[in-house]
Design a binder for this molecule. Sequence first.
Ligand code: NAD
Length: 249
Amino acid sequence: MNKLKNKVAVITGANSGIGLATAKLYLQEGAKVVLSGRRQEALDAIVKDLSGDFITVLADVSKPEDNVNLIKEATNKFGKIDILFLNAGIAPPTPTNEITESHYNEIFDINVKGPILAVKEALPHINDGGSILFTNSIVHQKGFDGLGVYSASKGALRAYSRVLTSEVKSRGIRVNSIAPGPIDTPIYGKMGLPEDVVEDMGKGFAQQVPLGRFGKSEEVANTALFLASDEASYINGIEIEVDGGLSQV
Ligand code: NAD
């Protein structure tokens, strides 16, 4: 239970789904954790379920000043950072003929600009030998109707992570990504779609997955633990699919 003993981890999108499951696991494994999210009430609501050494920080990753503040609060409290997990993201679907500039800007601001600016702020404070993780998605490997801008944002993030892997090599910082398939998290309820449409979409996804089901946040968190831990000490620059095999068939 001490795979991350005394490590400091900063996690964005930590009040829900994959980020929250990872924060809980990191705390169990001895890490000091900064949980960040953009809704104060959601952050307040999770505190009672957490134990260990942690703080919560309100930060909208799409706002440069919030990324500055997030890293400042993290380092004020815990000093250096060992693990930076850029996980916050949104996935509202829109078919190409209905894409608007604001749809594009919202997704790219949160899914691409946010993590890139957070990395920039955090880098001077990340210990040599540290670990940077991105939550990406398998959507940039396959075509899912209506997810054009979302898929483009995750493809952009993957491209960025390769460059970052090279840029931080002299410091021994490892950069890896997780590409979830369909995972049962609140993200589906935030897509702006009627409940029955979401349900049908979910059934459709599950049928395509070789394992025949949605994944759990905890299954992604296990991968986030592995990649951040010393067990993955020679794993660098990759993207691991946690998708029940969906991207491979
Ligand atoms: P979720 O909705 O439960 O969590 C998303 C988190 O991101 C929330 O905490 C939310 O508050 C936060 N967030 C959104 N916009 C933000 C902003 N502007 N600033 C700060 N925080 C913000 O969903 P999840 O499924 O746990 O999503 C986590 C990541 O996993 C996302 O990057 C998503 O794209 C990715 N992903 C999810 C799935 C899936 O099927 N659930 C599949 C592939 C990839």
